[in-house]
Design a protein around this ligand. Sequence first.
Ligand SMILES: Cc1ncc(COP(=O)(O)O)c(C=O)c1O
Length: 290
Amino acid sequence: MTSDIAYFNGKFLPLDEIRISPLDRGFIFGDGIYEVVPVYNGVPLHGREHFDRLQRSCDEILMKNPHTTDEWMAITMDLLKHHPGNQSVYIHVTRGVQSKRDHVIPKGLPNTVMMFCYPLASPSKESVENGVACVTAEDFRWKKNHVKSISLLGNVLARQVSVDAGAVETIMFRDGFMTEASASNAFVVKGGTVLAAPQDNLILLGITYQLLEKLAKDGTLKLEVRPISRAEVLAADEVWLSSSTKEVLAVTTLDGKPVGNGQPGPMFRKMHALYQDYKSRLGRKDAVAA
Ligand SMILES: Cc1ncc(COP(=O)(O)O)c(C=O)c1O
């Protein structure tokens, strides 16, 4: 028998033994935040940055963070003892269980904390070599997308637009400018410059987005952070997606039309190589990532 050990409010126990109250504010209101940390061979990639972002999410929703980054890292490493290899660690924190349903934020309620792991599969060779299809949609979500909120209905509906079109992601636009995709950040390449959307409340600032910024700098790729219009996206030489699980992927068709020449471009290949090299150094002496 394999036991899928998870973490729940201070205890390690099988995932299917966790019981959550129907009055948990996470269940009732989607009142909580989450994180997903990628782990390669037992080593979290930018674990601290993920927990720093978790702190920012807590601050934005006026919720006390139940743990310090050091404590979160320690719990993560204990959980990983049960899950060797490449994993995604899912961390879910809600405002806790209230005695009655009430919108008003209660004071002093203990958080509900749940963490579990699932195997992390890197993108397939095929998707790296051929790129992926995406579609576009209006960004109909709320205006606090910088919060990694467990209320993901907007993202779920956005993702479904691509599912229905047989594509892997939906790239969204608000007032004519690109924001992000349903579960990834999006980048554009034009004339040898990588363009990234502003780091504001309209997107979740990905840990991978920030890594690509750093890799671009170190690898001397020109990267500009600025508003990107729909016209620029449609006329791009290259479009990329980034996330902890997608790493960096080339978008080769958008709404059924080829992006550039319809193949992953040279800038993507360079960034992908930089990313793989960075990942391969994880856990080694010269690594800076854990
Ligand atoms: C809406 C959204 N934007 C961006 C990202 C990328 O974030 P990260 O690179 O930290 O995985 C995600 C990841 O889940 C996401 O859900």
